[in-house]
Design a protein around this ligand. Sequence first.
Ligand code: MN
Length: 271
Amino acid sequence: MPRPPARQGAGGLPGPEGYTGPMPERLILLTNDDGLWAPGLAALAQVASRFGRVVTVAPDRNRSAISSALSLHSILRLHALGEDRYACDGTPVDCVLLGVCEVLKRRPDWILSGVNLGFNLGEDVFYSGTVGAAFEGRLQGARAAAFSIHPKGELALAVPWIERFLQRWEAMELPPNRIWNLNFPQDAPKGFRLTGQDSRAYHDIVERRVDPRGTPYFWIGGDAGPTYAKSPGSDAEAVLDGWASATPLRLDLGCPEILARSKDFEATFNG
Ligand code: MN
Protein backbone atom coordinates (compact mmCIF):
# COMPACT_ATOMS: atom_id res chain seq x y z
CA MET A 1 0.00 0.00 0.00
CA PRO A 2 1.65 3.27 -1.05
CA ARG A 3 1.65 6.06 1.49
CA PRO A 4 -1.14 8.56 0.85
CA PRO A 5 0.09 11.74 -0.81
CA ALA A 6 1.29 14.44 1.58
CA ARG A 7 -0.35 17.84 1.63
CA GLN A 8 -0.37 20.95 3.74
CA GLY A 9 -2.41 20.82 6.93
CA ALA A 10 -5.27 18.33 6.50
CA GLY A 11 -8.73 19.85 6.47
CA GLY A 12 -7.38 23.38 6.57
CA LEU A 13 -6.26 22.84 10.16
CA PRO A 14 -2.85 24.09 11.24
CA GLY A 15 -0.20 21.46 11.81
CA PRO A 16 1.20 20.56 15.23
CA GLU A 17 2.79 23.46 17.14
CA GLY A 18 5.89 24.73 15.37
CA TYR A 19 5.59 22.27 12.47
CA THR A 20 5.19 23.82 9.04
CA GLY A 21 5.99 20.91 6.73
CA PRO A 22 3.51 18.71 4.91
CA MET A 23 1.18 16.56 7.02
CA PRO A 24 0.18 13.10 5.86
CA GLU A 25 -3.30 13.20 4.44
CA ARG A 26 -6.03 12.07 6.75
CA LEU A 27 -7.59 8.77 5.69
CA ILE A 28 -11.35 8.64 6.19
CA LEU A 29 -13.49 5.54 5.81
CA LEU A 30 -17.14 6.30 5.18
CA THR A 31 -20.10 3.97 5.46
CA ASN A 32 -23.78 3.95 6.42
CA ASP A 33 -26.72 1.59 6.84
CA ASP A 34 -29.19 3.25 4.45
CA GLY A 35 -27.19 2.00 1.46
CA LEU A 36 -24.67 3.39 -0.99
CA TRP A 37 -27.21 5.47 -2.88
CA ALA A 38 -28.63 7.27 0.14
CA PRO A 39 -28.49 11.09 -0.06
CA GLY A 40 -27.17 11.24 3.52
CA LEU A 41 -24.06 9.30 2.49
CA ALA A 42 -23.39 11.68 -0.40
CA ALA A 43 -23.77 14.68 1.92
CA LEU A 44 -21.37 13.22 4.48
CA ALA A 45 -18.87 12.28 1.74
CA GLN A 46 -18.88 15.82 0.47
CA VAL A 47 -18.20 17.34 3.90
CA ALA A 48 -15.63 14.69 4.81
CA SER A 49 -13.67 15.28 1.59
CA ARG A 50 -12.66 18.70 2.97
CA PHE A 51 -10.71 16.90 5.71
CA GLY A 52 -8.82 14.16 3.87
CA ARG A 53 -9.07 11.30 1.42
CA VAL A 54 -12.51 9.69 1.69
CA VAL A 55 -12.93 6.02 0.85
CA THR A 56 -16.54 4.86 0.82
CA VAL A 57 -17.50 1.25 1.45
CA ALA A 58 -21.25 1.02 1.94
CA PRO A 59 -23.99 -1.62 1.77
CA ASP A 60 -25.50 -2.19 -1.68
CA ARG A 61 -29.01 -1.83 -0.21
CA ASN A 62 -30.75 -0.54 2.88
CA ARG A 63 -29.43 -2.45 5.91
CA SER A 64 -31.00 -0.29 8.62
CA ALA A 65 -31.64 -1.72 12.10
CA ILE A 66 -29.03 -4.43 11.66
CA SER A 67 -26.93 -3.26 14.61
CA SER A 68 -23.40 -4.71 14.69
CA ALA A 69 -24.29 -7.83 12.68
CA LEU A 70 -21.35 -9.60 11.11
CA SER A 71 -21.64 -12.04 8.17
CA LEU A 72 -19.94 -15.16 9.46
CA HIS A 73 -21.95 -17.74 7.51
CA SER A 74 -22.15 -16.24 4.05
CA ILE A 75 -19.65 -14.95 1.52
CA LEU A 76 -19.22 -11.26 0.82
CA ARG A 77 -18.77 -9.49 -2.51
CA LEU A 78 -17.15 -6.14 -2.99
CA HIS A 79 -17.78 -4.10 -6.13
CA ALA A 80 -15.53 -1.20 -7.08
CA LEU A 81 -17.79 1.50 -8.51
CA GLY A 82 -15.22 4.18 -9.12
CA GLU A 83 -12.28 5.77 -7.39
CA ASP A 84 -12.48 5.13 -3.64
CA ARG A 85 -16.10 3.99 -3.88
CA TYR A 86 -17.22 0.45 -3.15
CA ALA A 87 -20.50 -1.41 -2.72
CA CYS A 88 -20.61 -4.43 -0.45
CA ASP A 89 -23.46 -6.95 -0.14
CA GLY A 90 -22.90 -7.28 3.59
CA THR A 91 -23.82 -5.33 6.70
CA PRO A 92 -22.39 -1.95 7.76
CA VAL A 93 -19.93 -3.74 10.06
CA ASP A 94 -18.88 -5.98 7.15
CA CYS A 95 -18.29 -2.80 5.16
CA VAL A 96 -16.00 -1.41 7.86
CA LEU A 97 -14.03 -4.66 8.07
CA LEU A 98 -13.64 -4.97 4.30
CA GLY A 99 -12.82 -1.29 4.11
CA VAL A 100 -10.02 -1.57 6.66
CA CYS A 101 -8.64 -5.03 5.81
CA GLU A 102 -9.17 -5.29 2.05
CA VAL A 103 -9.49 -1.79 0.59
CA LEU A 104 -7.28 0.40 2.77
CA LYS A 105 -5.09 -2.33 4.26
CA ARG A 106 -4.41 0.02 7.18
CA ARG A 107 -6.23 1.72 10.02
CA PRO A 108 -8.03 4.84 8.82
CA ASP A 109 -7.82 8.00 10.92
CA TRP A 110 -11.57 8.52 10.96
CA ILE A 111 -14.58 6.30 10.40
CA LEU A 112 -17.77 8.21 9.70
CA SER A 113 -21.18 6.56 9.44
CA GLY A 114 -24.35 8.15 8.05
CA VAL A 115 -25.97 10.53 7.63
CA ASN A 116 -28.84 8.24 8.59
CA LEU A 117 -32.32 9.29 7.55
CA GLY A 118 -34.06 9.14 10.95
CA PHE A 119 -32.88 9.70 14.50
CA ASN A 120 -30.73 7.32 16.49
CA LEU A 121 -31.71 8.42 19.99
CA GLY A 122 -32.07 6.61 23.30
CA GLU A 123 -32.07 2.80 23.06
CA ASP A 124 -32.33 2.96 19.28
CA VAL A 125 -28.54 3.03 19.27
CA PHE A 126 -28.69 -0.72 20.02
CA TYR A 127 -30.63 -1.45 16.82
CA SER A 128 -28.87 1.04 14.59
CA GLY A 129 -26.56 -0.18 11.83
CA THR A 130 -25.31 3.40 11.58
CA VAL A 131 -24.13 3.33 15.19
CA GLY A 132 -22.96 -0.31 14.84
CA ALA A 133 -20.59 0.71 12.05
CA ALA A 134 -19.18 3.54 14.16
CA PHE A 135 -18.56 1.14 17.05
CA GLU A 136 -16.77 -1.21 14.68
CA GLY A 137 -14.70 1.70 13.45
CA ARG A 138 -13.62 2.39 17.02
CA LEU A 139 -12.78 -1.28 17.54
CA GLN A 140 -10.54 -0.97 14.48
CA GLY A 141 -8.73 1.88 16.21
CA ALA A 142 -10.15 4.85 14.32
CA ARG A 143 -11.80 7.99 15.65
CA ALA A 144 -15.46 7.20 14.97
CA ALA A 145 -18.77 9.02 14.73
CA ALA A 146 -22.34 8.22 13.68
CA PHE A 147 -24.58 10.91 12.16
CA SER A 148 -28.38 10.87 11.96
CA ILE A 149 -31.03 13.41 11.10
CA HIS A 150 -34.75 13.94 11.73
CA PRO A 151 -36.67 11.78 9.22
CA LYS A 152 -37.94 14.94 7.51
CA GLY A 153 -34.77 16.94 8.14
CA GLU A 154 -32.91 18.78 5.40
CA LEU A 155 -29.35 17.57 4.98
CA ALA A 156 -28.25 20.98 3.70
CA LEU A 157 -29.11 22.50 7.10
CA ALA A 158 -27.08 19.88 8.98
CA VAL A 159 -24.03 19.95 6.70
CA PRO A 160 -22.44 23.18 8.04
CA TRP A 161 -22.77 21.77 11.57
CA ILE A 162 -21.22 18.46 10.57
CA GLU A 163 -18.34 20.42 9.08
CA ARG A 164 -17.97 22.45 12.28
CA PHE A 165 -17.97 19.24 14.34
CA LEU A 166 -15.32 17.60 12.15
CA GLN A 167 -13.15 20.73 12.34
CA ARG A 168 -13.11 20.49 16.12
CA TRP A 169 -13.64 16.91 17.28
CA GLU A 170 -9.93 16.05 17.36
CA ALA A 171 -9.58 18.76 20.01
CA MET A 172 -11.87 16.80 22.36
CA GLU A 173 -10.31 13.39 22.88
CA LEU A 174 -12.62 10.68 24.20
CA PRO A 175 -11.44 7.84 26.45
CA PRO A 176 -10.85 4.50 24.68
CA ASN A 177 -13.84 2.64 23.27
CA ARG A 178 -16.05 5.69 22.97
CA ILE A 179 -17.70 7.03 19.85
CA TRP A 180 -19.70 10.13 19.06
CA ASN A 181 -23.38 9.75 18.19
CA LEU A 182 -24.70 12.90 16.53
CA ASN A 183 -28.33 13.70 15.81
CA PHE A 184 -29.57 16.72 13.88
CA PRO A 185 -33.00 18.36 14.20
CA GLN A 186 -35.49 19.02 11.43
CA ASP A 187 -34.56 22.69 11.06
CA ALA A 188 -31.23 24.52 11.24
CA PRO A 189 -29.69 23.61 14.63
CA LYS A 190 -29.54 26.25 17.39
CA GLY A 191 -26.06 24.95 18.21
CA PHE A 192 -24.49 21.84 19.75
CA ARG A 193 -25.45 20.21 23.03
CA LEU A 194 -23.35 17.54 24.74
CA THR A 195 -25.93 14.97 25.80
CA GLY A 196 -26.61 11.65 27.48
CA GLN A 197 -28.74 8.81 26.21
CA ASP A 198 -32.50 9.10 26.59
CA SER A 199 -34.99 6.22 26.78
CA ARG A 200 -38.02 5.72 24.62
CA ALA A 201 -41.13 3.60 24.30
CA TYR A 202 -42.57 2.13 21.11
CA HIS A 203 -46.26 1.45 20.65
CA ASP A 204 -48.07 -1.41 18.87
CA ILE A 205 -44.70 -2.79 17.99
CA VAL A 206 -45.87 -5.96 16.16
CA GLU A 207 -48.71 -5.56 13.70
CA ARG A 208 -50.50 -8.63 12.30
CA ARG A 209 -51.64 -8.41 8.68
CA VAL A 210 -52.92 -10.90 6.12
CA ASP A 211 -51.30 -11.39 2.71
CA PRO A 212 -53.30 -11.77 -0.57
CA ARG A 213 -53.31 -15.58 -0.11
CA GLY A 214 -54.86 -15.32 3.34
CA THR A 215 -51.71 -16.15 5.31
CA PRO A 216 -50.87 -13.89 8.23
CA TYR A 217 -47.65 -11.92 8.31
CA PHE A 218 -46.21 -9.53 10.84
CA TRP A 219 -44.86 -6.04 10.52
CA ILE A 220 -42.59 -4.62 13.22
CA GLY A 221 -42.71 -0.97 14.09
CA GLY A 222 -46.28 0.23 13.74
CA ASP A 223 -47.13 3.75 12.61
CA ALA A 224 -47.05 5.71 15.84
CA GLY A 225 -43.28 6.03 16.17
CA PRO A 226 -41.46 6.26 19.47
CA THR A 227 -42.25 8.36 22.52
CA TYR A 228 -39.10 9.74 24.09
CA ALA A 229 -38.80 10.34 27.83
CA LYS A 230 -36.93 13.58 26.97
CA SER A 231 -35.05 13.38 30.25
CA PRO A 232 -33.01 16.49 31.12
CA GLY A 233 -29.67 16.59 29.35
CA SER A 234 -30.60 13.75 27.00
CA ASP A 235 -30.12 13.38 23.24
CA ALA A 236 -33.88 13.38 22.58
CA GLU A 237 -34.52 16.46 24.71
CA ALA A 238 -31.83 18.41 22.87
CA VAL A 239 -32.66 17.40 19.32
CA LEU A 240 -36.43 17.79 19.74
CA ASP A 241 -35.76 21.27 21.09
CA GLY A 242 -33.87 22.14 17.90
CA TRP A 243 -30.26 21.50 18.97
CA ALA A 244 -27.67 19.29 17.34
CA SER A 245 -27.08 16.54 19.88
CA ALA A 246 -23.59 15.08 20.41
CA THR A 247 -23.67 11.98 22.63
CA PRO A 248 -20.53 10.08 23.59
CA LEU A 249 -21.35 6.35 23.67
CA ARG A 250 -19.31 3.56 25.18
CA LEU A 251 -18.62 0.03 23.98
CA ASP A 252 -18.17 -1.16 27.56
CA LEU A 253 -21.70 -1.70 28.89
CA GLY A 254 -20.51 -2.93 32.29
CA CYS A 255 -21.93 -1.49 35.51
CA PRO A 256 -19.12 -0.39 37.86
CA GLU A 257 -21.68 0.86 40.40
CA ILE A 258 -23.01 -2.71 40.74
CA LEU A 259 -19.52 -4.18 41.09
CA ALA A 260 -19.24 -2.24 44.34
CA ARG A 261 -21.91 -4.65 45.66
CA SER A 262 -19.78 -7.80 45.21
CA LYS A 263 -20.15 -8.76 48.90
CA ASP A 264 -23.96 -8.68 48.60
CA PHE A 265 -23.73 -10.66 45.40
CA GLU A 266 -21.52 -13.36 46.89
CA ALA A 267 -23.63 -13.65 50.01
CA THR A 268 -26.73 -14.09 47.85
CA PHE A 269 -25.40 -16.43 45.17
CA ASN A 270 -22.60 -18.29 46.95
CA GLY A 271 -23.91 -18.27 50.50
MN1 MN B 1 -30.72 3.64 8.41
